[in-house]
Design a protein around this ligand. Structure first.
Ligand code: ARG
Length: 262
């Protein structure tokens, strides 16, 4: 995670970003810190990446890389405003733990567009494209990580990253909003995950799918109360955290957390 000390919205690279509305960076840091301590309180180790002035979107740490089984597939950002973030993440993996790092040739925004289900089909990667990550990066990720990658086309600009439309609930099951995907991608998801928890447009607009789950606890933002009910009904424990400021940049819980899979 990376604290939003330098958080602003002074460029707009997704439909949620409104440069005319000022953000409250102090409040953003306060809310972010509650997310950090919530994860810690649930027994998770949280590493903190130093924020860099001039990189306001660094708080969305999920975009910096994607790791599976000790291998890190580095990010390459679509927009020049975020390009320098990739190096900060690369440096992190060089200094914390032991990782094999693979630098990318193709544009990809890390866990924003990649999800991993270790127990689905022996280990399956889901990958989104349409707005940020290039389909060529899906093939590149498969080469680097040695797991099958299923490409899913996103069709709604409001849900421009896979993690705004789909989340792993545990090692084998997902929740998603079908309308964010092309009709063919919807059929693929229905085939792979017949027991998925289906979300609706209101859930997705509340960033209810932008969640982090440890297989039992599902951390999601407070606005997504209907989504909390759905995950509870499916047997998980919703853990709501208030994250209103981060929504101004077009992200929520999942965007703020890069999961490490050593
Ligand atoms: N403002 C950021 C962008 O548009 C938000 C990134 C959200 N991150 C995510 N994992 N969906 O790039």
């Amino acid at each position: 995670m990376c604290p939003p000390e330098h958080f602003t919205v002074d460029y707009a690279i997704n439909p949620w970003m409104d440069t005319t509305v000022p953000v409250d960076a102090a409040l953003a840091v306060k809310q972010w810190d509650l997310l950090r301590t919530t994860l810690h309180g649930l027994g998770h180790t949280v590493h903190v990446l130093d924020p860099v002035p001039g990189l306001p979107d660094m708080v969305y740490a999920a975009n910096g890389a994607f790791s599976v089984d000790g291998t890190v597939y580095g990010a390459r950002f679509r927009h020049p405003q975020r390009a320098a973030e990739a190096l900060a993440h690369q440096d992190f993996y060089a200094t914390v733990g032991t990782w094999r790092f693979a630098g990318p040739e193709h544009v990809n925004e890390g866990e924003g567009d990649f999800a991993y289900l270790p127990a689905a089909y022996g280990g399956l990667i889901l990958a989104g494209y349409g707005y940020r990550t290039e389909p060529a990066a899906h093939a590149e990720a498969q080469e680097v990580l040695g797991r099958p990658v299923v490409s899913l086309r996103l069709i709604d600009p409001a849900f421009y990253h896979l993690d705004t439309a789909l989340a792993a609930l545990d090692d084998r099951n997902v929740t998603y909003y079908p309308g964010a995907f092309s009709p063919a991608a919807q059929r693929v998801l229905a085939q792979l995950f017949p027991d998925a928890v289906l979300a609706d447009r209101a859930d997705a607009e509340a960033f209810g799918l932008n969640l982090v789950s440890d297989g039992r606890n599902v951390i999601l933002n407070t606005e997504a109360s209907a989504m909390a009910d759905k995950v509870r009904a499916a047997g998980y424990v919703p853990v709501p955290v208030e994250l209103t400021e981060l929504k101004r940049g077009g992200g929520s819980v999942k965007c703020a957390v890069a999961e490490l899979r050593p």
